[in-house]
Design a binder for this molecule. Structure first.
Ligand SMILES: *Cc1c(COP(=O)(O)O)cnc(C)c1O
Length: 371
């Protein structure tokens, strides 16, 4: 079929493609690295895996794969409501946090009906990677507010929002990825009080388990324009199942229901998330492990004289001078990290906190590469 007959998929031309991690197969083929020598520290996954209770819960579902999941996710939503001290009506399940981000952006910024042409989103520099922006297809409509010491400048963001009557959506990431910086719950509460109620405030708490006291969940009970995003992909170690959820007022949850896929979370994901939530010991142990290993990583970087931004989460941003070159050199030794040029952080890489032997391999190889 000649291209002129192809359907015009509006906006797709402008999309940037999310640069996925290189695959293990690529590394083995291109660099001759042994499979066992590959160290993947690029996606902030839990190096301990997940709770054994999760593995069991998933195994118990394997005989039921011919059945559709409970589209409403009644049981898990009840669990999550109890866990957070909110009504189950405040919880919306989805196929990962990314899914919810896309949905919320589409709901607030869509120009499909010809209205809303000038709708704007506000976000912070060094927050929200280019792939998220791309997948939301809102790059034309986003206003970026300069960061303050690698974190969000909430005062400046509030000013920009109030000076932008077309603003419909603001995204905060707390803690922020890739910088690992944190905003206090008090600072966010003050910020939300300054934002007009016509603006949806999305607070992405993908890493909040690492610093649970700073959650903003309680704001959803007073502000109809606040949504919290959570995921089981990071601290709970369920990245492969893609399950995330939103917490909001019931009114907003009702609206989200209208636009979300009827069955966002699959049978295995529902069972796994419930079991993961029930095993808080696994989570606590992992948090202690991560804090210890993160400290060891800092110590190693310090002794190499390498600058890093202290992180509250399971990844660290490291100044290596030339991110792309160091990324490539590490990759050729089988060590996968993230380049951050998409954020304009050309000098930096982001490394996830792994197992002790993985962190040591990273440090040793980095020392070699930089020598
Ligand atoms: C990982 C991550 C998410 C959610 O990922 P899902 O796997 O889609 O649940 C959301 N925001 C940030 C900043 C993340 O790092």
């Amino acid at each position: 079929m000649p291209p002129s007959d192809a359907p015009h998929l509006q906006g797709l031309d402008a999309l940037q493609v999310y640069e996925a991690d290189v695959t293990r197969e690529d590394i083995i083929r291109e660099y001759g690295v042994q499979a066992d020598d590959i160290v993947k520290l690029s996606s902030n996954e839990n190096p301990l895996g997940c709770s054994p209770h999760v593995t069991l819960a998933v195994a118990l579902q394997l005989g039921a794969l011919s059945r559709y999941p409970d589209g409403a996710g009644v049981t898990l939503r009840q669990y999550l409501g109890d866990f957070h001290g909110v009504s189950a009506d405040c919880v919306t399940l989805a196929n990962g946090g990314q899914d919810l981000l896309a949905l919320l952006a589409a709901a607030t910024l869509s120009t499909a009906d010809g209205k809303n042409q000038n709708a704007r989103m506000v976000y912070a520099q060094y927050a929200l990677s280019d792939y998220q922006l791309a997948s939301l297809n809102i790059t034309q409509q986003a206003v970026c507010v300069p960061a303050q010491q690698y974190g969000h400048d909430l005062a400046a963001m509030a000013e920009v929002i109030n000076a932008t009557p077309e603003c419909r959506l603001v995204l905060l990431a707390n803690p922020n990825n890739p910088t690992g910086t944190l905003l206090t719950a008090e600072a966010i509460a003050k910020f939300v009080a300054r934002v007009p109620s016509s603006v949806l405030v999305v607070i992405d708490e993908a890493y909040i388990e690492f610093t649970p006291k700073q959650t903003s969940v309680r704001l959803t009970q007073t502000f109809d324009n606040v949504v919290i995003l959570r995921t089981f992909s990071k601290a709970y170690g369920l990245a492969g199942l893609k399950i995330g959820y939103a917490i909001s007022s019931p009114v907003l949850a009702e609206l989200l229901k209208l636009s979300r896929q009827a069955m966002g979370a699959n049978v295995l994901a529902l069972a796994a998330a419930q079991a993961a939530l029930a095993d808080q010991t696994f989570l606590t142990d992992y948090l202690a492990f991560n804090a210890e290993q993160r400290q060891a990583l800092y110590k190693g970087l310090d002794s190499l004289g390498i600058e890093f931004v202290p992180s509250v989460a399971n990844f660290v941003m490291v100044n290596v001078g030339d991110g792309q070159t160091v990324y490539q050199a590490l990759l050729e030794q089988g060590i996968v990290v993230r380049v951050l040029s998409g954020y304009g952080l050309d000098a930096w890489i982001r490394v996830s906190v792994g197992l002790p032997e993985e962190n040591n391999r990273f440090l040793d190889t980095l020392a070699q590469v930089l020598a």
